[in-house]
Design a protein around this ligand. Sequence first.
Ligand code: SF4
Length: 400
Amino acid sequence: MQAPMTVDLNLPEDRVGPRVRRASKRVWVGGVAIGDGAPIAVQSMCTTLTHDVDATITQIERLQEAGCEIVRVAVPDRRSGEALKEVVRRSILPVVADIHFDYKLALMALDAKVHKLRLNPGNIHNKDGVREVVKRAKEQGTPIRIGVNFGSIPDKVDGELRDDAQRMVDLALSEIRILEELNFDNIIVSVKAFEVPKMIAAYRRLAKAVPYPLHLGVTESGTLVSGSIRSTAGMSVLLYEGIGYTIRVSLSEDPVMEVRAAFDLLKSLELRDQGLTLVACPSCGRADIDLIPLAKIAEERLRALPVPMKVAVMGCEVNGPGEAKDADVGIAGGVGKGALFRKGKVVGVFPEAQLMDALLAEIDKILIENGKEPYSQKAPKSTHDGELTPGRSVPAGTRT
Ligand code: SF4
């Protein structure tokens, strides 16, 4: 008989849940702690013109409502630099000024009391200017993020032996050295790339090389679905290994979607808990309610839940309550009607048209039982009413 084949899978220790977070220094961005055991902070970036202060503030408020904790704004010119004071004064979130090349813009941002600078001292050619910026940032306690992006590192020279990840890491280390030589250590670092394996390798190596908290991201990751998947593919590996104290999911989308995607990623890894966690089945030929629009309606209406709650929307009673028994509350479809359940136990049966309201009323009950305000009156309206599950031409409950 042949001996069983042994395969070394090189698996991490047998554990359920992410690795203990990598130790790092603590950096404060306004009132938000980064690193040293702090919760992983969610960031986004405004798409507005920074000098359009009203539009920028409106977007910051929408981002904050979605859960964003730190917001970055671009400072490409003096006009944006001049607007920063007003943006910082009116912003509900800590503001990061994104600056390239011109140290004077960094000084303007410091004058405006921004909460963090994102700049690479290596791309500011005026070295006295760099010294002045760093001295002022130190006096004001303003942290600096060194943000290396693969797209902006120098071209490979002939005979270059280092791989791309190492070239990013080495550039980050040289930028860090410029700050450290000026006795500055209030630093956050990122080494982002579009290619996920490259980005993972760069962050892993950087995590071993520096004591600073790392900001994770996959650059130019794309539109909503493909960009969220690409970002998750890269960041989840690192987050699960305990690497990364702040994240941004970069999407070619309304930045509010970046925040939603970031929290879904963190909640999936059980690294943060916030508001709604929706458990929804994919529907199939057994479903007797229009499950897919119902799941979208539930997601939209419960988006602003004030406490963490797992809510299930299942297509049929055969598998519904049982498969979603971990959920705090949920609904499962039947023929033209559906069951309302709590922790897998059915607590009522309602016509399909009333199911969503019954779910909201049950959520209100749970909130009141826990000493919280009811939610249903504040719930956002749905934009999916009347939709059908894809592939079905008649409303649910009318199957013949
Ligand atoms: S819960 Fe029911 S409807 Fe949904 S996928 Fe499973 S079997 Fe199909």
